[in-house]
Design a binder for this molecule. Structure first.
Ligand code: UDX
Ligand code: UDX
Ligand code: ADP
Length: 480
């Protein structure tokens, strides 16, 4: 029986290994993590991450050929294939701070693998890492122990949160990069055989190591660039009277462009896009390519601009001040169907509003109060993409309450900001919402989920990204 061990039981490692276990009953899969809390979660009724369809798969496989353990060394020693799926945040200090990937967790995992291994291993890079990380890892592994062969593969994961299970069951492609040596090619085949249990062969792409590593950064940069492109258009739409949804639709019907990923929003979030682009920018700079670095940097700058533009719209339409006004924040996660808040645009928008002394009442169906308070208290570190919105002071955190019901959040509020496109926000009884709010009542839709005409008929003043402006907003001072 082939044994797989995955180091890191997070958003990538957990779901990916659950699907491998489901589709490959002959493989024993163990997911290990240094965090006891995480592993306990995976072994309990309440999984540590929310992902539609995940619970069913875990329940079916757990205890059969899927295991979760904190005994990292034991399972690494026993495995034939080791996936490394640890976190790689952006460095917050020292060389490359604010841009380069922090490989501390990766390096410590690699050293541990080198220490405990007694047999040959295939080591698979699963977390997104800078190009040429595989080479560094290879050096750590091969220099530490003689007689054991470590073969490195890069197998970046393309799943998106909220649709992780769907993406894993039916991926557009599986990418496997390896050395062009006989051992490298043999390892590629071994891993390809695992995926071939459910992925059609023609969707399994095999490349060299560097192409696989760079493809992941490139794919995320292209996706984020599409959103910044449409968001840049949304600002122009508001200025000209064009409707961004109509523009997106028209542009997307060109088969060379395609219709997906063209929804204007308050900005992209999530653990990958910003981190991977910063990483790409850093790699370009290190390779003496400042023009290329600046090109990609602009994608992040437009994303920051979109968030501050939103805050300015809220403040300027409410008579240039939100001081002491209650504002309801509907949705805090970075997208629907996940409880993840990493880099969510809601953080910057809330900080901006708190900076203007608003009182916030926040509701998200999947995010805890503890998480929201933690996110709002953290300092956003950045050098090259400056912290334009400072963390709120301890006093302004007192201006935040987290509630468990959308109607409670909006009660007596002057304005409602929709930050996440949860389906339930489309179905709210907006007449009831209107009746319970202060007048005039404002809705600022950062995800284009509401029916603008219907809300205006009820009496709301509505701002929706990239849509023709409400006469009220048109008369307000220009937005910076
Ligand atoms: C992304 C990539 O899609 C995935 O392939 C990679 O493996 C990890 O990074 P994820 O961050 O989970 O996945 O979600 P994604 O659906 O890409 O959304 C990212 C952000 O962009 C979200 O905040 C989302 O709301 C926003 N978005 C997405 C838009 O604003 N408009 C769109 O049209 C699409
Ligand atoms: C373009 C648009 O495609 C068309 O829809 C619009 O009506 C007019 O402008 P055109 O300029 O005739 O058409 O040719 P196109 O095929 O778009 O190529 C434009 C340039 O881009 C060419 O120099 C082409 O060589 C280059 N190109 C195109 C690339 O370098 N790489 C590509 O992948 C595609
Ligand atoms: P991702 O979104 O990429 O999956 P997460 O942060 O959700 O990232 O998960 C990464 C996991 O890796 C965390 O649960 C963390 O505790 C774990 N981890 C980090 N370093 C190690 C290590 N050396 N050994 C085992 N687990 C680790």
């Amino acid at each position: 029986m082939v044994k797989i061990c995955c180091i890191g039981a997070g958003y990538v490692g957990g779901p990916t290994m659950a699907v491998i276990a489901l589709k490959c009953p002959d493989i024993e899969v163990t997911v290990v993590d240094i965090s006891t809390q995480r592993i306990n979660g995976w072994n309990s009724e309440h999984l540590p991450i929310y992902e539609p369809g995940l619970e069913e798969v875990v329940k079916e496989c757990r205890g059969r050929n899927l295991f979760f353990s904190t005994d990292v060394e034991k399972h690494v020693a026993q495995a034939d294939i080791i996936f490394v799926s640890v976190n790689t945040p952006t460095k917050t200090h020292g060389l490359g701070a604010g841009k380069a990937a922090d490989l501390t967790y990766w390096e410590s995992a690699a050293r541990m693998i080198a220490d405990v291994s007694k047999s040959d291993k295939i080591v698979v890079e699963k977390s997104t890492v800078p190009v040429k990380t595989a080479e560094a890892i290879e050096r750590i592994l091969t220099h530490s122990r003689k007689g054991i062969n470590f073969t490195i593969l890069s197998n970046p994961e393309f799943l998106a949160e909220g649709t992780a299970m769907k993406d894993l069951f039916n991926p557009d492609r599986v990418l496997i990069g390896g050395r062009e040596t006989p051992e490298g090619q043999k390892a590629i085949e071994t891993l390809r055989d695992v995926y071939a249990n459910w992925v059609p062969m023609e969707r399994i792409i095999c490349t060299n190591l560097w192409s696989a590593e760079l493809s992941k950064l490139a794919a995320n940069a292209f996706l984020a660039q599409r959103i910044s492109s449409v968001n840049a258009m949304s600002a122009l739409c508001e200025a000209t009277g064009a409707d961004v949804s109509e523009v997106s639709h028209s542009v997307g019907t060109d088969s060379r462009i395609g219709p997906k990923f063209l929804n204007a929003s308050v900005g992209f979030g999530g653990s990958c896009f910003q981190k991977d682009i910063l990483n790409l920018v850093y790699i370009c700079e290190c390779n003496g390519l400042p023009e290329v670095a600046n090109y990609w940097k602009q994608v992040i700058k437009v994303n920051d601009y979109q968030k501050s533009r939103f805050v300015n719209r809220v403040v300027s339409s409410m008579f240039n001040t939100v001081s002491s006004k209650k504002i309801a924040i509907l949705g805090f996660a970075f997208k629907k169907d996940t409880g993840d808040t990493r880099e969510t645009p809601a953080i910057d928008v809330c900080k901006g509003l708190l900076g203007d002394r608003a009182r916030l009442s926040i509701y998200d169906p999947q995010v805890t109060e503890e998480q929201i308070m933690k996110d709002l208290s953290m300092r956003k570190f950045d050098k090259d993409h400056p912290a334009h919105l400072q963390p709120p002071s301890p006093t302004s955190i007192k201006q935040v309450s987290v509630v468990w019901d959308a109607y409670e959040a909006v009660k007596d509020a002057h304005g409602v900001c929709i930050m996440t496109e949860w389906d339930e926000f489309k179905k709210l009884d907006y007449q009831k919402v209107y009746d319970s709010m202060q007048k005039p009542s404002f809705v600022f839709d950062g995800r284009n989920v509401v029916d603008v005409d219907m809300l205006r008929k009820i009496g709301f003043i509505v701002y929706s990204i990239g849509k023709p402006l409400d006469p009220w907003l048109r008369d307000m001072p220009a937005v910076a």
